[in-house]
Write a protein that binds this ligand. Structure first.
Ligand code: 7TS
Length: 419
C-alpha cells in the first residue's frame, strides 16, 4: 500500500495542470489592449473560478432569503448554507470550533472589530501596542485611533534592507506595559513571510495576545490557527478567489466571549428593552444586521476550490513562479527588486532607474499586463526602504511561466521607451 502511495505522489504533483486550472477562470480569457490579459495583481484581488460563480448563481436563483428569521423553506435553506460556509472556513484555517469564525466585510473590518471589541475594552492609558514596519495601513490606523483615544503608545518593529523583521528588536520592545501585538503574516508589498508562530509564542510567554493579519497568507499557504496559536487571524474573501464584501475574523472563543460587540443591531441580541439589551452568543454577537449571505456562501465555495487543489501544491507552484521571475528580472540592468527576504510568497516588487513606477504600470498595461504601482498602502515600508513607490507583480496559482516571460519582455519594452 505504502509503495503505491509514494509512487502516486509525484504523479499527483504533476497533476497540477495550470492550463486545466486556467480554464476554470473565465476572466483570464480577456484581451486587454488587443493582447491576452496577463493578470499579475493578485495581491490586490484575485479572480474567481466558474465553480464559485456557479455557486453564487445557484444561491441567487434557488436559495436566497434573509437568514436566522424565517420558518419558511428559503430562509431555512439560506441559514443552513450560510452556517455551512462558516464550517468550511473553520476547516480551511483549522479553527477548533465554528463559533470562532466571524464573518466580516474583509480584513480591514476584522481588524477594526478587534480594535473596538478588544482594544477599547482592555487597552488603557500608558499601555503599549507592538506593530511592525511591514503592516498594511489597515493594521496601523485603527491602532493609532485607539492609542489617541486611550493615551496608549505604539511601538514599531524595524525591518532589514531585505524587508525582514528584526526579531531581536521585536523581543526588546516588550515590557510590563505591552498589552497587544499586531503583525502581518505575509507582506503585501514585499512578499516577506514573517515568523509569526515564534513571535506569538514569545508574546504569549509574556501574557500578550496577538492579532495576525493573514490577508496575504491565507491565499498562498496552508494556515492552521491552532498550530500558530494566534489569538486573532484576519483575512479577506476577494484575495481568496471569493467575492468582495466578505472576510473572516478568527478569534479564540474565550477572547471573543470577553469582547464588546463592535456594531449594534438586529441578530446580535438575545433581548432588547429600552432599559437593557443582552447580546447573542458568539459569533452572532459580532454579526449585526443582514450579513453578506451570498458572499459568505461564495467564499465557502472558494475555499473548497482552493482546498481541492491543495494549499501546499499552490505554495510550491507559486514559489517556482517567483524563483523564475526573480531570476529573469535580475538579468535586466537598471531594475532593482524591492523585498529580498529569504522566505517570500510570489510577490515581485521592483523599481527601474529613471522610470516612475506609475509609467511602468501604464506601459505594461499596453502589453496586457496588469500590475499594481504605488505605495501599496504601506507608506512606512516605502519610507524605510527609501523608494517613493514600486511596481508590483503578484502571482497566483493560475499564472504561468509564459506570463512571467511576457512581464519580462514588457519591462524590456518600458526600458526601450525610456532610453
Ligand atoms: N492587510 C494586508 C496585508 C493587505 O494586503 C490588505 C489589502 C489588507 C490588509 C486590506 O484588505 P481589505 O480586503 O480589507 O481591503 N492589500 C491590498 C494590496 O496589496 N493591494 O490592494 C489591496
Amino acid at each position: 500500500m505504502k509503495l503505491i502511495d509514494s509512487a502516486l505522489k509525484p504523479e499527483f504533483t504533476s497533476m497540477f495542470d495550470v492550463e486545466h486550472i486556467r480554464a476554470d477562470f473565465p476572466i483570464l480569457k480577456l484581451q486587454v489592449e488587443g493582447k491576452p490579459l496577463v493578470y499579475l495583481d493578485n495581491a490586490a484581488s484575485s479572480q474567481m473560478p466558474q465553480q464559485v460563480i456557479d455557486r453564487l448563481v445557484r444561491y441567487q436563483t434557488s436559495e436566497h432569503a434573509n437568514i436566522n428569521r424565517g420558518v419558511h423553506y428559503l430562509s431555512e435553506t439560506a441559514t443552513a448554507e450560510y452556517e455551512s460556509a462558516r464550517r468550511r472556513l473553520q476547516h480551511f484555517i483549522n479553527a477548533r470550533e465554528d463559533r470562532e469564525v466571524v464573518f466580516t466585510s474583509g480584513t480591514t473590518d476584522s481588524i477594526n472589530l478587534v480594535m473596538h471589541g478588544y482594544g477599547r475594552k482592555y487597552i488603557r492609558a500608558g499601555d503599549e501596542i507592538i506593530l511592525t514596519t511591514l503592516e498594511h495601513h489597515s493594521n496601523i490606523v485603527p491602532w493609532q485611533m485607539l492609542a489617541e483615544e486611550k493615551g496608549a503608545k505604539i511601538r514599531v518593529v524595524p525591518i532589514s534592507d531585505a524587508g525582514e523583521l528584526l526579531v531581536d528588536e521585536y523581543e526588546k520592545l516588550f515590557n510590563a506595559r505591552t498589552k497587544f501585538v499586531g503583525v502581518l503574516h505575509v507582506s503585501n508589498a514585499l512578499g516577506t513571510i514573517n515568523p509569526v508562530k515564534e513571535m506569538i509564542a514569545f508574546a504569549h510567554a509574556r501574557g500578550v495576545p496577538v492579532l495576525v493579519d493573514g490577508a496575504q497568507a491565507a491565499p498562498h499557504m496552508a494556515v492552521d490557527v491552532q498550530d500558530l496559536d494566534c489569538d486573532f487571524y484576519a483575512f479577506s474573501g476577494h484575495k481568496l478567489c471569493g467575492p468582495t464584501g466578505i472576510g473572516v475574523l478568527y478569534g479564540k472563543a474565550e477572547l471573543l466571549e470577553r469582547m464588546q460587540p463592535f456594531k449594534g443591531g438586529g441578530d446580535m441580541i438575545l433581548s432588547v428593552t429600552f432599559e437593557k439589551t443582552t447580546y447573542n452568543s458568539i459569533p452572532h454577537k459580532f454579526e449585526a444586521g443582514t450579513p453578506p449571505i451570498a458572499a459568505a456562501i461564495g467564499l465557502g465555495a472558494a475555499v473548497d476550490y482552493l482546498s481541492a487543489i491543495g494549499l501546499d501544491t499552490i505554495s510550491a507552484y507559486e514559489l517556482k513562479l517567483l524563483n523564475y521571475a526573480t531570476e529573469q528580472i535580475s538579468n535586466l540592468p537598471g531594475v532593482r527588486v524591492i523585498g529580498t527576504a529569504a522566505r517570500k510568497t510570489a510577490v515581485l516588487s521592483f523599481v527601474m532607474e529613471g522610470v516612475h513606477p506609475h509609467d511602468i504600470g501604464t506601459l505594461l498595461n499596453h502589453e496586457g499586463v496588469a500590475v499594481r504601482t504605488g505605495h501599496h498602502c504601506v507608506q512606512p515600508v516605502m519610507l524605510r526602504l527609501r523608494v517613493p513607490a514600486t511596481a508590483r507583480a503578484s502571482f497566483a496559482f493560475y499564472n504561468t511561466m509564459a506570463e512571467v516571460d511576457t512581464l519580462i519582455s514588457g519591462i524590456r519594452t518600458v526600458q526601450k521607451v525610456f532610453t
